[in-house]
Design a protein around this ligand. Structure first.
Ligand code: GLY
Length: 379
């Protein structure tokens, strides 16, 4: 909320993010960084789900006083994604993450027509993944020959459906919004447990649409509480309320947020899974903290009144802790900004490292505190 006092560390944090990104712009250029090992971000192929976060981060910083080269690199990344969009076969539900943070961002900031057309193409491919019987957006294509994941939906998709809301606003055609709402209604019905924790994956019968089971996915197990899944739910449900005004989404976002906040450790940065067995060495996931913090700043604004500080205060605390305790500001050789992300622990991938989406949501959270929108998921 605009009336709150600006945190006294905020401009220093923004300046340090700018400095790190100036160094990275020269090192990374129009590539697709993902997880930082021994100081250097791995560069992924452009079809990987994380491809939008580096250009998205560059747009945020450019819009907040950054260099022209940030814009040029973000545009070059967007151009490179054409081979993925036109190639079609590698596309999955992460179309939302990828084209919201590139083409929607570019269209909002520059008005470029080519960006609008790319984002509309992406929205059409995303809408086409909708399963009418189960009322969910299918997550992935088979990862290996013979795999049947036709009935899989995942909570991460709550952050992909804003592309559909955007497409309805851009075209005046309500079909995209109808699909987004139907998917989010399925999230309300099948992903959120009564205590506010979240299933990562839900499997439906792809022919009848019947619910089959919840699956652990990137969390500890099917009944655990993967913190980044909770973060995707908090932010995605808050956005669904922002786009529709439907109170059930707001209440569900608040419930997911209260579950998350009640389980934070002393420094405000979550562990990878809130229900991993006590006694095990459970790593942090700073990316879950960054995503939840930015989402809770939006949730605070949407909640308003006496409810607003319930979400805003811990969100500011999380961002301050990420800045002070997890930042790599004193290590110019390190490309990542925020240490101790957990990518995919069950698969042993990218544990305890900076993750580009952690960096993105950290910077987005700072931009929210600076009231420096637009934010690409929103109207
Ligand atoms: N969307 C995949 C993840 O959160 O790791």
């Amino acid at each position: 909320m605009g009336v709150e006092k600006t945190p006294d560390w905020l401009e220093e944090a923004w300046a340090k993010a700018l400095d790190k990104t100036r160094l990275n712009a020269g090192r990374i250029g129009a590539a697709f960084p993902h997880a930082s090992h021994r100081g250097q971000y791995t560069r992924e192929q452009p079809y990987w789900w994380t491809a939008g976060f580096w250009p998205g981060l560059l747009w945020l910083l450019y819009n907040g006083g950054g260099d022209d080269q940030f814009k040029e690199i973000a545009e070059a990344c967007e151009d490179r994604l054409d081979e993925v969009l036109d190639g079609f076969t590698r596309l999955d539900h992460d179309l939302g993450f990828m084209w919201t943070l590139t083409s929607v961002a570019s269209h909002k900031l520059t008005g470029k027509d080519v960006s609008k057309i790319r984002a509309l193409k992406a929205a059409n491919y995303l809408a086409a993944r909708f399963n009418l019987k189960g009322r969910f957006i299918r997550a992935w294509n088979p990862w290996f020959e013979g795999e049947d994941n036709r009935g899989y939906a995942i909570i991460d998709c709550a952050m992909n459906v804003p592309l559909l809301f955007w497409a309805s606003n851009a075209t005046g055609d309500p079909r995209y919004r109808h699909i987004a709402e139907a998917h989010m209604d399925t999230v309300l019905e099948h992903f959120i447990r009564p205590d506010g924790s979240i299933y990562h994956i839900v499997r439906f019968d792809p022919d009848t649409g019947a619910f089959i089971e919840g699956i652990g996915g990137q969390g500890y197990d099917a009944n655990s509480a993967w913190s980044r899944g909770n973060a995707w739910a908090i932010y995605g449900l808050a956005l669904a309320y922002h786009h529709t005004g439907k109170a059930a989404y707001l209440h569900a976002a608040q419930k997911a947020a209260q579950f998350f906040l009640a389980r934070l450790p002393e420094d405000g940065v979550p562990h990878w899974d809130f229900r991993a067995p006590a006694g095990e060495d459970v790593p942090r996931d700073s990316s879950a903290g960054a995503c939840a913090a930015s989402g809770m700043l939006l949730l605070a604004d949407l909640s308003g009144g006496t409810e607003a500080p319930v979400y805003r205060k811990p969100a500011v605390r999380m961002l301050e802790s990420l800045f002070r305790n997890y930042g790599t500001w004193d290590d110019p050789e390190e490309e990542g900004m925020i240490l101790h992300g957990t990518g995919n622990l069950p698969q042993g991938q990218n544990v305890g490292v900076p993750l580009i989406y952690g960096d993105y949501f950290y910077v987005e959270g700072l931009a929210r505190l600076r009231n420096k929108g637009p934010f690409y998921w929103e109207k």
